[in-house]
Design a protein around this ligand. Sequence first.
Ligand code: ATP
Length: 513
Amino acid sequence: MANQEDQFKKVLSHAKEYGYVFQSSEIYDGLSAVYDYAQNGVELKKNIRDYWWKAMVQMHENIVGIDASILMHPTTWKASGHVDAFNDPLIDNKDSKKRYRADVLIEDYCAKIEAKINKEVDKAAKRFGEAFNKEEFLATNGRVVGYQEKINTILSRMGASLEKEDLPDVKALIEELEIADPLTGSRNWTEVKQFNLMFGTKLGASAETAMDLYLRPETAQGIFVNFLNVQKTGRMKIPFGIAQTGKAFRNEIVARQFIFRMREFEQMEMQFFVKPGTQKEWYDQWKATRLKWHLSLGMGAENYRFHDHDKLAHYADAAADIEFKFPFGFKELEGIHSRTDFDLKAHEEFSGKKLQYFDHEDNKSYTPYVVETSIGLDRMFLAVFSNSLQEEAIENGTSRTVLKLPAILAPYKAAILPLVKKDGLPEVARKIMDDLKWDFNVFYDEKDAVGKRYRRQDAAGTPFCITVDHQTLEDKSVTIRHRDTMEQKRVKITELKELIHAEVAVKNWLQRM
Ligand code: ATP
């Protein structure tokens, strides 16, 4: 645990020190759970967004994009169910005055039991060696089965109580499990209350005529209300998808995990419209396709897992999360939801406009079903950043900090470094820079010894360092050093473009899908 916390602290300080993420309004002591992306962070974020967009829109001729507004007609949120049901159960500790999500307290309690299961598994794996069969052990070991039953009983009771809005029972469960405030150990809790997560705002100048609006809590509704416009003007045939990236706002009750849970964040969503009855097939297909996208980045298959939902949202007939191993454990990174025809039907009802599709093959109209893939861009940023940050022992007994970002996502693809700041080397380096910058984001650095500059680029995540030295003046060759292997090769200046391109071409990455 301490190790995890240390690793997470390193992620936070590295993100600040290397210009990736700053706290918002830091000079005023910040705003809770709101962050700014800094000079390197904005590039990484853009590259993640582009990588998603290319995979989803450019590579699928039946998926198109839109960019809907953050402000929408307020009836949208009545129809979608957000006004009535976009709530989280909150509980306050009377002694510490700290506020928590009641469901998260209970889930964290279960995560501790799960940690005990994992410990038993590790112990047994050591004891049995090669002969160890994890599935069999999980199904037959008395202690482990007992732990698992306990988790199941707790979660299904919580699920049922939340479903029935039986908040006193959620509190009773917290008391029965003797869950204490994680910060102070106090068990002096208030009642559990529902709290709506939408931010309200006003449209219009005068107080009498102003209209109450919400900042959108998800981007999906901007797609639903535009469904027919896009279908007609794009002459889209079902099955087809509409993709969108953009800001969403949620007044989260507890937001203490850096950019994992923010009050203002960015989503990358795709709503895929299908013929009723085929949703299960598409749901399975999108689950597989999205996992492949993640795996294409090479961040380790063992760091991902699916979590199928037992308790479904009011609009869904199937739902799963892709969870990622963050520094604080496996948590949701992306959701894949089979949303039925709930949203389109609701918007038809509230707007009085038909939102149906005429299927020429079947010669009939119907309300399409929807399969959604929804990923938080900031969470993806955190996944990539925390997974890439490594401390590595190197040959001479020292260590280096290296940010092994997938090269396709790295803010700068190469740094151009004249060995010394004289003898005409900076001029040659500048020329190389001026040539490469048409194709790649490149960085120029001539300050300090070259070893120090390498370390700086390692820590900033730049995949290549190109060094111009005296030999360059003679034979137009440079050294190119690879961030991950630290290997240096002598190559011709004319070869550089192709070498870098091979490592950062989107085709080479996405084709691993
Ligand atoms: P959680 O259970 O963690 O609150 P959610 O199930 O409410 O998330 P969705 O409504 O399915 O999340 O949103 C889709 C995606 O948007 C999530 O998988 C996550 O990556 C991202 N996301 C949701 N809330 C936040 C937030 N407050 N900050 C950053 N990203 C978020």
